[in-house]
Design a protein around this ligand. Sequence first.
Ligand code: NAD
Ligand code: UDP
Length: 316
Amino acid sequence: MKRILVTGGAGFIGSHLCRLLLERGDDVLCLDNFFTGQKRNILPLLGHPCFELVRHDLVEPILLEVDQIYNLACPASPIHYQLNPVKTVKTNVMGTINMLGLAKRVKARILQASTSEVYGDPREHPQRESYWGHVNPIGLRSCYDEGKRLAETLMMDYHRQNGVDIRIVRIFNTYGPHMHVDDGRVVSNFIVQALRNQPLTIYGDGTQTRSFCYVTDLLDGLVRLMDNETGCIGPVNMGNPDEFTIRELAEKIIALTGSPSPLVHEDLPADDPVRRRPDITLARQTLGWEPKVPLEEGLRHTIGYFRELLAGQGEI
Ligand code: NAD
Ligand code: UDP
């Protein structure tokens, strides 16, 4: 049994990870400031004898005795990370320094949840880990993109300078149950809009692409990378290489929900990447990992989750 800290553990990915680790028999410490996290996500875990919840802001130092740290704390949706951009930078920089300091002190292994956003609006397609990216340092997305890039820098420098045992994963668009109803990211937005019979808001002309990974596939990858002993520290891309336009995604969700909602177009946000698809050769070769859940199957599970949630709130 390991003692594992999951920062951002009440969020979308973090809450699934906490459950998986508990099921595996680990002792789980969930740290969250509930900025975008929700009690509902971890409610079923609260009575578990090996689960502990700490309400804490990662920007402040904390001392805990743990063997592994999954550093997931950071708002991931563009509308949320842009609400308080300075705080987003602080979470990524000061928060990561705090976690690296803790890892150094207690000799814990630390995994950093990085992002495909480190590639910015990429000029190479698909994106390989060797690509350095094309990022606007002064735009609206920079607090997140540059924050995550600096977090990677810190990870590598603590590793080289202090011998901290690190892992870096670059997560591409991941979706599933436990996303916030008002999360603002495209999959949850479209599903919630379709279930409420509201228009689906396509930003721009809908020809921009993304590759969508179902959350269970990502969790499998995170745990494989964390527990890997072959010397692979990353960065490693994790995502589903199947690429879809945003219009295709909207049409699929309309078909799967049977919704009468129309598609409407709104302005494209600044610096919105045009194309995104991970090259996952490294994860395949070093971790034997690849996603298994096709988009339609993952969407069905996610639609089922939101249908139950909205029905429970008397909205549909
Ligand atoms: P999320 O917003 O659902 O979860 C983030 C969690 O971090 C929330 O529970 C939030 O309350 C918590 N948090 C934020 N700032 C904090 C702070 N200062 N102190 C303590 N807790 C704080 O997002 P998610 O989709 O679950 O993303 C988890 C991680 O994965 C993030 O680091 C994100 O950048 C990364 N990621 C996610 C995706 C994706 O598609 N879901 C893609 C790339 C990277
Ligand atoms: N998007 C959209 N409608 C929405 C939300 C998002 O068309 O209601 C688009 C957004 O402009 C982007 C893509 O969907 O091109 C993915 O957006 P998301 O916020 O999910 O993640 P990103 O990959 O941009 O961080």
